[in-house]
Design a protein. Structure first.
Length: 28
C-alpha cells in the first residue's frame, strides 16, 4: 500500500486532498 503524509495543510484543501488520496489507494 502506498503511503502519503499530509502536513501543513488545513481546512477544505487538506480534507479534500486526503479523500482524493484515499480513493487512489493511499494510506493517509
Amino acid at each position: 500500500m502506498k503511503k502519503a503524509l499530509i502536513t501543513g495543510i488545513t481546512g477544505f484543501a487538506g480534507s479534500h486532498l486526503a479523500e482524493l488520496l484515499l480513493k487512489e489507494g493511499f494510506e493517509v
